[in-house]
Design a protein. Structure first.
Length: 293
């Protein structure tokens, strides 16, 4: 956790007992050993709510529980995940999230919220690991018969989850060829946080933020447009958001803090931030795994 992030939190009057954002993964399909696959945890009071389940999500959650002293991210308490869409880099950690916490004594099923196709994915994962499930329950491990299960909830835009003083809304976004993709707005008494997931610039996301405390947004560096790959600029335009486009989004939506994640970079963090030209009241940070806001 960087010194700046700690100071920013203190300056904003926040504490680790309030609503916290933990970056579990900032990566892309590129096999960067420093960046796990995309995943963000919102920790509210004593519960964790995960958004996406990229490769490495369980190990990063364990790291956050130990290094950042956040018990809600310990294995038995990983019980809720909200998927933005079903691209493999956002879901390859889902089998791990279903089964590893169960092996480590989670007894509650994992609740999985996501677009159409989520139930089929969850059902196929359970079927693929059926032999493992049988041996762990009926063999010498004597595993519980509930914690491996995953309940799939296929959602539409709008409020999809309420619990205590927390409300989560799904925001329709455009992500290339996907028929459904979502960002999420998470509202608690302390903070409002918007997570973009993967998307091209989406007006609904701007509206959902509208002065929000934190906007976590995917981004690609303009240097990516120079990559010598056929069709790459067209792909980026349809599926993702450039630094220039994100600058305009920030100027319109006015988040108090803009956090870049799932970064297609090709440049340093400082260069990426410098490409996002925002108005003076928005602070911009390029996130790393296990950053805490």
């Amino acid at each position: 956790m960087s010194k700046f992030i700690v100071l920013w939190a203190l300056a904003a009057g926040l504490s680790l007992a309030a609503t916290n954002v933990v970056i579990l993964g900032t990566g892309t399909p590129r096999a960067d050993p420093e960046r796990s696959g995309p995943s963000v945890a919102i920790v509210f009071r004593d519960k964790a709510y995960l958004f996406d389940s990229g490769p490495g999500v369980v190990r990063r959650a364990a790291g956050a529980a130990a290094r950042l002293h956040i018990p809600a991210l310990a294995m038995p308490y990983l019980q809720r995940v909200f998927l933005t869409h079903l691209h493999s880099d956002h879901t390859l950690g889902l089998p791990d999230l279903i089964f590893s916490p169960w092996v480590l004594r989670r007894t509650a099923p994992l609740e999985v919220y996501g677009p159409k196709g989520t139930k089929a994915m969850v059902d196929h994962i359970e079927a693929a690991w059926q032999q493992d499930i049988d041996i762990r329950i009926h063999g010498l491990e004597h595993g519980n018969a509930t914690g491996y299960r995953a309940n799939a909830h296929e959602i539409e835009a709008g409020v999809v989850f309420r619990e205590d003083d927390l409300e989560i809304s799904a925001i329709p976004v455009h992500h290339g060829s996907w028929p459904q993709a979502f960002g999420y707005r998470i509202a608690t008494p302390e903070r409002t946080i918007v997570v973009s997931g993967d998307c091209a610039p989406s007006p609904a996301l701007v509206k959902a933020c509208s002065g929000c405390d934190i906007l976590l947004h995917e981004v690609y560096s303009m240097s990516e447009l120079k990559a010598p790959r056929a069709g790459w600029p067209e792909y980026l335009h349809e599926f993702h958001t450039s630094t220039g486009e994100l600058a305009r989004i920030a100027a319109e939506s006015k988040p108090k803090l803009l956090v870049l994640y799932h970064q297609l970079m090709g440049v340093s963090d400082s260069e990426l931030v410098s490409e996002v030209k925002t108005t003076s009241f928005t602070k911009v940070i390029s996130a790393h795994d296990l950053d805490l806001f």
